[in-house]
Design a protein around this ligand. Structure first.
Ligand code: GLU
Length: 372
């Protein structure tokens, strides 16, 4: 089990509205500048970083001259659409001043529950990371309002950590971390510096799952940590204004509350594949492909595929079988069964000519593949 974030290679950082907008006073250039500087250092150090940032509504309210938060969801969504402009402009400017390119990604929970969109979002984000671009993600507030109602992007942060198989989720907030009791009511409340993510005791400490904590209180962070642990990511909840918080965490320092994932990443991914997904089809592959998968840890390319069975879509889980019928692996298909039949036994360079477009060169990428 991880003792710190020292070994974390892929890190999702989530910052909440009150930090980003200095309690609603407008986008805090200095704060975003500070995190951007740290993200740039981490990226140059070979880490892959993804930013999940709220603040669109708070900034939109300021731009629209609204002093109190409206009750109507459609007004909040309109404010988010206005404020998102300023939010990404600020990240773009600050990250660029530290030599980093950035990209805006707007997601919804439903996008990540849909297999095809999940795979599309995952491929896009992994491509951005490979290109050393820092994705800046927010909820797509125009079409949904899950995080507006409850969460302030805590859940989205965890879903993104699951999506990109992050090693760690860092939730930056306006509190130091988790206390065993509410420190406003009990000044002697014990500070929790380390616990196992998903321990039900944590939910009790944070006020109970059903409590009226409101949007983005400690409870949504505890639940986010539990969700992130589902794919093997540990979570840190820390104060966002702590000097060099991201750099110090990445250097292994203990800051805030560390909620450790008890299942390692690979085992968690296997579990996820086993639990959540039904087999929709199968491919039989030649001995060369079996060797590449088993011995070399490679992806499955169309050229190694002999036959395709079943009716599956992009993002469905399929079995990979050897010619003797033994299951070699399972994974998420990048192409539908109809497309797979057309590109089977063909080199990946011909995919575009055969289908009229090309997604990935692999039928199943090794990151989406679990050996049997
Ligand atoms: N996605 C929203 C934002 O960025 C969530 C925050 C909120 O509800 O205030 O503004």
């Amino acid at each position: 089990m991880a003792e710190s974030l020292a070994g974390a290679r892929r890190i999702v950082v989530k910052v909440g509205s009150s930090l980003v907008t200095d309690e609603g006073r407008g986008i805090d250039a200095q704060a975003i500048g500070n995190w951007s500087r740290q993200l740039a250092v981490l990226a140059r150090d070979g880490r892959e970083v993804v930013m999940v940032s709220s603040g669109a509504i708070a900034e939109g309210m300021k731009r629209l001259g609204w002093t109190t938060r409206p009750k109507e969801l459609h007004e909040l969504q309109a404010a988010a659409a206005v404020g998102q402009m300023g939010l990404v402009q600020m990240y773009e400017t600050q990250l660029r001043s530290h030599g980093m390119a950035s990209a805006q990604v707007l997601l919804t929970h439903a996008d990540l529950a849909d297999r095809e969109r999940y795979l599309n979002a995952r491929s896009t984000l992994l491509t951005l990371l490979q290109l050393q671009v820092i994705p800046v993600i927010n909820e797509n507030d125009t079409v949904v309002n899950d995080e507006i109602k409850f969460g302030d992007n805590d859940t989205l942060g965890a879903l993104v950590a699951n999506l990109v198989d992050a090693d760690a989720l860092v939730i930056l907030t306006d509190q130091r971390g988790l206390y065993a009791a509410d420190p406003r009511k009990d000044p002697a409340a014990r500070f929790v510096d380390r616990a196992v993510a998903g321990d039900p005791e944590l939910e009790r400490m944070a006020g109970g799952a059903g409590s009226q904590i409101g949007r983005g209180g400690m409870i949504t962070k505890i639940l986010a940590a539990k969700r992130a642990a589902g794919s093997g990511a540990s979570t840190v909840i820390a104060w966002g204004r702590e000097p060099d918080v991201l750099l110090r965490l990445a250097a292994g320092e203990s800051i805030g509350t560390l909620l450790v994932a008890s299942t390692p990443k690979l085992a968690a991914r296997k579990q996820w594949m086993a639990d959540h997904l039904q087999l929709r089809g199968a491919v039989v592959v030649d001995d060369g492909a079996v060797r590449k998968l088993r011995e070399e840890g490679k992806s499955l390319l169309p050229i190694g595929v002999l036959t395709v069975s079943g009716d599956f879509a992009r993002g469905d889980v399929i079995a990979v079988r050897s010619q003797s019928g033994a299951e070699v692996a399972r994974g998420l298909a990048n192409y539908s069964s109809a497309e797979a039949r057309l590109i089977a036994r063909k080199p990946s360079s011909q995919i575009e000519g055969l289908l009229g477009y090309a997604n990935e060169p692999e039928l199943i990428h090794r990151d989406n593949l679990v050996l049997g």
